[in-house]
Design a protein around this ligand. Structure first.
Ligand code: HAM
Length: 418
């Protein structure tokens, strides 16, 4: 039996980096006022089609969609934003306080062609903010991402930012884009031609080389911004500059999802070949209303957790196996029984203790203690029990002390908790 293509196990020897990232992210989110939210893995297909956009790669080609027994069309979530917006509306969160900040960490599903940094089940660390129109929240989201990456020791990342405008300035841009596309029609792929009427903005992120070449001088949203969007973007940029956050204004960044308005960004790396985006996000001021809620601005980002860990693994190549505080070498039935109770009590007290129940030789057990990188080894055989002198050996200094059975556990806790 094997995992399905694009799906994978994350094995214990790789998990320490995942846990480190999760801890740093949670600490930061907490400090910035985000609350954790947990959302279902499956939603009605309609939710994703409506929010991400019918004419996008995700919705057209990549979703795991199936009919349940009653024939309802359901989809494994390809991202978290749509669900969090749905939840915000469903629970009328806007009524008590429209300003809400959420984060979630969990798996997403997209049926893309698997390659390094690209999986069919992948994990995202997602953050969303509702109810704030000010450009300061845009800068703060990028600042937060930057701070997280800094804390994780990542270098060589670059923040690409752009503004995609709003419903006021979009039509002028779309017209210019359509005129431009019309002039390049003979060089565009089938898919792009099909999208011309339905969703021309998506043509800009077509990956086909010919299309990319043809689109080099395509009009950019940035050149068509209305005054409000321009001021908004200017505040985002100056605020980031004042905070010392490096960024590149990237006119060609359009993101792959339809809900974005105004600021959009990606954090890119050169470490993972073609899969350059470690995180992406942006503002979506129309989405809450589009999905049936009151007009409420929104903004958020998602970090590609798998990609982030892969970049970190390139920096720190040594797999980290946490060592053991104590290994109990129990020889003989009586010592095994005692050892069993000691190990449970020590585990209860938070001391990382292992014992091998398989009645092995002293030599084999010492070998195992070394394999686990145990700081201390407790040696209990028949002799030690009759003499009431259990040996505790410090594996670093090789010093040994003798402990009495009656007070063994509290003594060990005292020594090992130092
Ligand atoms: P996205 O750009 O589609 O945005 O995905 C965010 C990140 O998820 C990407 O930058 C990438 O690191 C990671 N990612 C995407 N697809 C894969 C894959 N197949 N394998 C591995 N990693 C992947 C969103 O999902 C938006 N919901 C972000 C957002 C939140 N915008 C506003 N709020």
């Amino acid at each position: 039996m094997q995992t399905i293509r694009g799906f994978r196990d994350i094995l214990p020897e790789h998990i320490s980096l995942w846990q480190k990232v999760e801890k740093e992210a949670k600490d930061l989110f907490e400090a910035f006022g985000f609350k954790e939210i947990r959302i279902p893995i499956i939603e009605k297909t309609h939710l994703f089609a409506r929010s991400i956009g019918e004419v996008t790669d995700i919705v057209e080609k990549e979703m795991y969609t199936f009919a349940d027994r009653k024939g309802d069309k359901l989809t494994l979530r390809p991202e978290a934003t749509a669900s969090i917006v749905r939840s915000y509306i469903q629970h009328k969160m806007y009524a008590a306080d429209p300003v809400r900040k959420f984060f979630m960490i969990g798996p997403m599903f997209r049926r893309e062609r698997p390659q390094k940094g690209r999986y069919r089940q992948f994990y995202q660390i997602d953050a969303e903010v509702f109810g704030i129109e000010s450009a300061y929240i845009d800068s703060q989201m990028i600042f937060l991402l930057n701070e997280l990456f800094k804390r994780l020791g990542l270098t060589g990342l670059s923040a690409h930012i752009n503004s995609l405008g709003c419903p006021d300035c979009r039509p002028d841009f779309q017209k210019a884009l359509l005129d431009f596309l019309e002039s390049k029609k003979d060089r565009l792929c089938e898919n792009c031609l099909r999208r011309m009427d339905k969703n021309p903005l998506r043509i800009i992120d077509c990956k086909a080389t010919d299309c990319q070449e043809a689109l080099q001088d395509a009009p950019a949203t940035l050149d068509y911004l209305c005054n409000e969007c321009e001021d908004h973007f200017a505040t985002v940029k100056t605020t980031l500059e004042h905070q010392g956050v490096d960024f590149i204004v990237d006119k060609s960044l359009v993101r792959g999802l339809d809900y974005y308005t105004r600021t959009a960004w990606e954090i890119q790396t050169t470490a993972l070949g073609a899969q350059s985006a470690v995180a992406g996000g942006g503002r979506y001021d129309g989405l809450v209303k589009e999905l049936g809620g009151p007009q409420t601005p929104g903004i958020g980002f998602a970090i590609g957790f798998d990609r982030l860990v892969e970049v970190m693994e390139q920096i720190d190549k040594t797999p980290q196996i946490p060592g053991l505080d104590l290994f109990i070498v129990s020889l003989g039935d009586a010592a095994m029984e005692k050892g069993y109770h000691w190990s449970c009590e020590l585990n209860q007290a938070g001391i990382r203790t292992e014992i091998d129940f398989r009645a092995k030789s002293m030599k084999a057990l010492m070998k195992r203690a070394n394999k686990f990188n145990a700081q201390y080894v407790l040696i209990a055989g028949e002799n030690e029990l009759t003499q009431n002198a259990i040996i505790l050996r410090n594996m670093n200094t090789k010093e040994q002390v003798l402990l009495a059975v009656e007070t063994l556990v509290p003594e060990l806790i005292k020594i090992l908790k130092k």
